[in-house]
Design a binder for this molecule. Sequence first.
Ligand code: IVH
Length: 687
Amino acid sequence: MSKIEINRIIELRGLIHSYNTQYYIHSNSVISDFEFDQLLKELEQLELKHPEINDPNSPTKRVGGDITKSFETVSHKYPMLSLSNSYSKDDIAEFDQRVKKIIDVPYSYICELKYDGVAISITYKDGKLLKAITRGDGTQGEDVTNNVRTISSIPLVLSGDYPKNLEVRGEIMYSKSAFEELNQNRENEGLPLFSNPRNSASGTLKLQDSSIVAKRKLDCFLYSVFFDDGRINKVFEQYKYLGNFGFKTPSISKRYVETVKDVDGIMSFINYWEEKRNNLPFEIDGIVIKINETDIQKEIGNTSKSPRWAIAYKYKAIQVSTVLEEIVYQVGRTGAITPVANLKPVVISGTIVKRASVHNSDQIKKLDLRINDVVFVEKGGEIIPKIIGVNFSERSPSSIAHSFINNCPECNSILVRDDDQAHHYCLNSNLCPPQIKGKLIHFIGRKQLNIDGIGQETIEQLYNEKLIENVADLYSLNKEDLLPIDRMAEKSVDNIINGIQASKSAPFHKVLFGLGIRYVGETVAKKLTSYFKDINHLRNSSFEELCNIDEVGEKIAESLVEYFSLDYNNKIIDELLEQGLQMKSDHSSNLVKSNILENKKIVISGTFENVSREELKSIIETNGGKNVSSVSKATDILIAGDNMGPSKLEKAKEFNISIMKENDFLSLINYNEKSSDSNQYEQGQLF
Ligand code: IVH
């Protein structure tokens, strides 16, 4: 039995690795997510039974879980050099002249994007990932292997004709969308936002808990490889090899990499990306030009700092100077205070800039910002321009140091700042107007109660008219309250009332997330509601019990205990309960059993907002349907979730199969959940 199981473990690891390569490297889903999850679960269970064949490169390690208390320092086999930079096209022409003086055989250049992330060296032995080391000082770096193992585009085991020892180098980074998602989640959890993708990628790599890294969607772009078996090629060919081993390589068709024969070719590449770089899905800060032939690279060699066979052309971060007129302070939903600089308006790359972020009091001190200073403002990778320094030569001798405020600019309470926090906070959460409005706006959000008909502006109006002060007040609003308000037509009033009523069927985790408890984002809310199942259990739980829950650390537990210790908050919860909001997570009570799906073959794909895949499957079965894994002519319905495989969608369209969004499907079977307003996909014609 044991032998069979061990063979199955080995088989499953191989299978899952190859499905991962297909999915993450070739964007090709060979099997359904459901089938994939089943295989992974089977492997997890077998591995639990057979710890003797633990493999640090098993696909089950992708989800992380290993904790690195301190990152060990490791020497690089070959130093990690940097590139000499150039900012002008003349420098590039000079580089070409230097090369021509040394080399008298034909050669070509390879032009690549200069990814703006964190350098990493990854070594493989016998086709298995061995170590991932940061650049560090170029000679020694830190061992971040546990964290790098969680990055989907980095293979854990290689395929094809790989050498016994292999080292690849590349840049770990966030795509723009992954970075936005990360910050959106932080905003939802009331945490300060990260300022740019590069710094946050570097911070993420140094997290102790690799399971957090696993959730963060880091990516890796390769740019160097060291073979140990004497293969000498063109760089361009090396990328092809890497592709065969299962690595993600730069796209030729998208022109991420290009071979050119001379300076004119280099200039054309530089000019192309100078114009188009804003459209890339990730940040670059320039172009890298390398000699394509690795034997010629060797001949030209390196200086102690950088190779002589390569040069970077850096795009200029656009910088201007202007006057700092004022520093104002914004109060966020959780009471975090953010200083914002009001500037004398100035044009940066075609847009007028009037404000810049200054992050926190340390930043004001570090830059020594004073009102009326002439400051340098830069618009780089960040969405909001930032102040990078002061022109001290223009500082007025009478200027005085700026001191951070002591009291909340909105409600005057004393601000506090804990030792481990970068931000000051106003703790008057239930009486401070921007915090009250922030909580209300958070509550109605799409991922929370998703209340149709109400937006930020309506919340402001309702609050200013003193009709609402907390989220429970929304549920006692009636038509008569709303009609007298400015610009409220009867139809908008009906929409608001209907939207509020419909939100009563939102599942428990959304209500909990909507309450806006500090550090309780969407994921934590789901964890809590699946553990506690009932708000009363949750609010009576102890700090210790909370700490025992998967993914709930001391910070979150402390925040929950504090929230539920306040009468004001408990009163809101009592009122929400009285109004009939979902404060239990027993989904079976929501199921309406029927034969409505009798004999229907239904495929589930992607991820879902209101129900898990398991729940969806059981809903299909309790209503007479059959869950099948792949789309064929015989399929009746495809339930399309977020991030679903494109091939399934295409097939479903080809076979004219009814494609339904989650909420449309749930309302079809009378699942007690609000119907979706989105019509991104075609509606089902089936019934
Ligand atoms: S080649 C110097 N190619 O830029 C050794 N580097 O400023 C050869 N980088 O340390 C590096 N994109 O972290 C190379 N396409 C690319 C790159 C790239 C980003 C980074 C890399 C390097 C730094 C030098």
